[in-house]
Design a protein around this ligand. Structure first.
Ligand SMILES: [Zn+2]
Length: 290
């Protein structure tokens, strides 16, 4: 569930709340979280200071003093909770554990204690997330190995013609192509549904059938959906149900609710194994071609 907007939200929290703090202690209770890690021991971070945070696609990159960096992927259910010594708590990522509940939760597997009293809990009810510690010099090649496509957010590189080229080479359903991180980095299930609804394109359309004005609309809609998500600090979806704020998400998680554009009931379907939401009027089904 943490998609690009959720990870960008976490990045901003880390940059704002943790930069300049020295780590006093780290406790890892689920060793498999730190897998395929060039430096396997997170204790190397003790005594170091957080220098800042970057993001590429859905990977958070945290920089520490002394030339170390950490890559974190939140996968399906990662959550970061920051507890400040003044009592503030800032929680982002998956909605479980409950942000207002008791920490550490039974799904909390990694705890960072900072010298000023700040505590950070990483929880992951699915345990698919991962943490990798490496020299800062190793970050660029490690990220390059993922072969991420351009970022889908405004100003970060996905230009219309590049999107066109990437879609025109593929006959698969456009939704599945957009979920491929090598095509557009950072789009996930929620934001693809939102972008396709805004662009009035059925998710089952062949990717290479989208051109001209439709392609322009889709290009605009991808940036719009991700920016909306970032503005909101991540979409609120719990147990498959949307809790929209200001009408967003407009379709994802809103089965049987009226389309905001035409009032037709939103339909849920399965595409490539993923729950997919469409307005049957705004997003007409593709006509079978011969
Ligand atoms: Zn509609």
């Amino acid at each position: 569930m943490p998609e690009l907007p959720e990870v960008e939200t976490i990045r901003r929290i880390v940059a704002r709340e943790l930069t300049g703090l020295a780590l006093r202690r780290v406790d890892l209770t689920l060793p498999k979280l730190v897998r395929d890690s060039p430096l396997p021991d997170l204790d190397l971070l003790v005594g170091r200071v957080v220098r800042g945070a970057d993001r590429r696609a859905k990977v958070l990159v945290t920089h520490w003093s002394g030339g170390l960096s950490v890559l974190t992927h939140f996968k399906l259910a990662g959550q970061l909770a920051v507890m400040k010594p003044d009592g503030r708590r800032i929680v982002a990522g998956h909605p479980v554990p409950r942000p207002d509940g008791v920490y550490p939760h039974k799904a909390t597997h990694l705890t960072f204690q900072f010298a000023d009293g700040t505590i950070v809990y990483y929880s992951d009810i699915r345990q698919f997330g991962w943490w990798r510690l490496m020299a800062t010099d190793a970050v660029a090649p490690a990220l390059a190995a993922f072969r991420f496509g351009p970022e889908g957010t405004g100003g970060l590189g996905l230009d219309r013609d590049e999107l066109a080229g990437r879609l025109q080479r593929r006959r698969m359903a456009v939704k599945q192509v957009l979920l491929d991180q090598r095509v557009v980095a950072g789009l996930g299930n929620i934001y693809v549904d939102e972008a396709l609804h805004r662009a009035r394109i059925h998710p089952g359309r062949a990717a290479n059938s989208i051109a001209g004005e439709e392609l322009s609309a889709l290009h605009e809609a991808i940036g719009w959906a991700l920016e909306r998500g970032i503005e909101q600090g991540g979409a609120a979806i719990r147990a498959g149900k949307a809790y929209p704020r200001d009408g967003f998400p407009a379709v994802h998680g809103r089965k049987d609710e009226p389309c905001a554009v035409c009032a037709t009931a939103i339909v849920k379907m399965t595409l490539g194994g993923r729950g997919t939401y469409v307005c049957p009027v705004c997003q007409p089904e593709p006509v079978a071609s011969t």
